[in-house]
Design a protein around this ligand. Structure first.
Ligand code: DLL
Length: 432
């Protein structure tokens, strides 16, 4: 049942020794190979050789998404490109995207860690696993794919989209495990109903879902409608991709692969550790990554640790499902979207005013993002043709910037409420 029992059930003191040893090695490596870290460490007079305990990491500076953007594309890589065998990137076609790389060994580690998650969720070599995450710069498709091959399951790399075809393949190929976002799993259930396909007649047993927030209620609904056992798994491209943490079959919190990631839970305002079990921001330091190590990366994801031992026997600490974000990032159909990306596109388009609202809804289990944009008065009185052309233009620009389609609604100048204090432009009506 276990993938790497000797590691996943490691004694705590032994784990901490291993973490410290790997942490010192990582800090030394980035200080030598990455000018960004070297400079910061020098400014703070930090010498990795003198790190005597894991807590000592608190003296080290944080790394943020902005740091990755500022060093676009390869500035934070710790090995020469010659040693990089794979590159992934987050959404955003311009300077706002973040680029990460992997050495051959990083790919081996990544596959092992995803294999742990699949195994923890119940997947074995006997399973037929359908991977409905996008294959491409997004880490979801390839990340899960390599892990599933490592387990020895039969992998169907169908990628995302074309729901009817997904269902046909699922029937014909006798898929037993489904991998996608939780909202897409519900959409599949809807389409099955439309097509008159009875989920109980399928071979499906497991669902491994991640890449976006969901709730316990949503899990229950997916389980009931698809007749499966759904588990949650978490990761982010800056740190590796999927494979950072995942639920075992207890379905009660996600085990973090602590032999490869050192985690802190901090108050997002004071950046001090919160008491054990309380909600805070997850901050991750990679312990084994070669091409793209990160030190104290602020994920902006809010969670809490569950330090109690897990009945499954794994000793790696669990964290609760993600409880929110400490910034304004939205996840639309699994794609990360920042309101500022939308703003900069709108600023660039003639005829629009810099006033907008983002309305997020979930219709038929699919996310829908509508951008309300104020336009100069003359335009609203213009012929429909001109308005339509503007809408199409904005849609195209946004789709290429964000990597996901949005709806546009033009509204009258000065019709959107103005803010006195902090602008709150996002209305999220999704009920997960
Ligand atoms: O979403 C990696 C991934 C792929 C994880 C497939 C799991 C499965 P990014 O595109 O960089 O990477 O987005 C990372 O997505 O900071 C969270 O806010 C959110 N996220 C990822 N997994 C979960 C989850 C991938 N299980 C960002 N629950 C993260 C809630 C999640 N949010």
């Amino acid at each position: 049942m276990y993938w790497q029992r000797e590691l996943e059930c490691m004694d705590r003191a032994e784990l901490e020794r291993l973490q410290l040893q790997r942490l010192v090695a990582t800090l030394k490596r980035v200080a030598t190979n990455v000018p960004f870290y070297r400079k910061k460490f020098q400014e703070l007079q930090l010498n990795p050789d003198q790190l005597g305990s894991l807590e000592g990491l608190r003296d080290y500076p944080f790394t943020t998404k902005q740091d990755l953007r500022d060093n676009y594309p390869y500035g934070l890589f710790a090995v020469p490109l010659r040693d990089v065998v794979r590159v992934h990137a987050s959404s955003g076609t311009t300077g706002s995207s973040t680029v990460v790389g992997y050495t051959r060994q990083d790919i081996v580690t990544w596959s092992d860690l995803v294999a742990r998650i699949l195994t923890g969720a119940g997947v074995t070599a006997n399973d037929v696993i359908q991977i409905a995450f996008g294959y491409g710069l997004f880490t979801g498709g390839f990340g899960l794919h390599y892990g599933a091959e490592r387990v020895g399951a039969s992998v169907i790399p169908i990628s995302s989209g074309n729901t009817k075809r997904q269902i046909k393949i699922m029937q014909d190929f006798k898929t037993t495990a489904l991998v996608c976002t939780p909202s897409y799993a519900l959409k599949m259930a809807d389409v099955m109903m439309d097509l008159g396909v009875n989920p109980n007649g399928l071979s499906l047993r497991y669902g491994l879902f991640g890449a976006e927030p969901w709730s316990e209620a949503m899990r229950q609904e997916i389980n009931a409608r698809l007749g499966i056992r759904a588990t949650d798994n978490y990761g982010l491209s800056e740190v590796m991709g999927p494979g950072v943490a995942g639920e075992c079959q207890e379905c009660n919190g996600l085990h973090i692969s602590e032999d490869h990631f050192y985690i802190e839970i901090l108050d997002p305002d004071t950046l001090e550790p919160v008491p054990p079990g309380e909600v805070g921001e997850l901050v991750i330091t990679t312990l084994t990554k070669e091409a793209f190590p990160v030190i104290r990366y602020r994920t902006r994801d809010l969670t809490r640790l569950m330090p109690e031992p897990c009945p499954c026997g794994r000793t790696f600490v669990r964290m609760s499902r993600m409880l929110g974000r400490s910034d304004d990032m939205l996840i639309i159909k699994g794609v990360n979207v920042f309101p500022t990306q939308i703003e900069s596109v709108l600023f660039d388009i003639e005829g629009t005013e810099p006033h907008y609202r983002l309305v997020v809804e979930r219709e038929n289990n699919e996310d829908k993002l509508t951008v309300l944009v104020e336009v100069v008065e003359s335009l609203l009185f213009d012929e429909m043709k001109k308005q339509k052309a503007l809408i199409e233009h904005i849609k195209k620009r946004l789709a290429s910037e964000l990597g996901v389609g949005v709806e546009i609604k033009l509204v009258e100048e000065r019709s959107l409420e103005r803010f006195n204090g902090k602008a709150d432009r996002v209305i999220d009506r999704r009920q997960l």
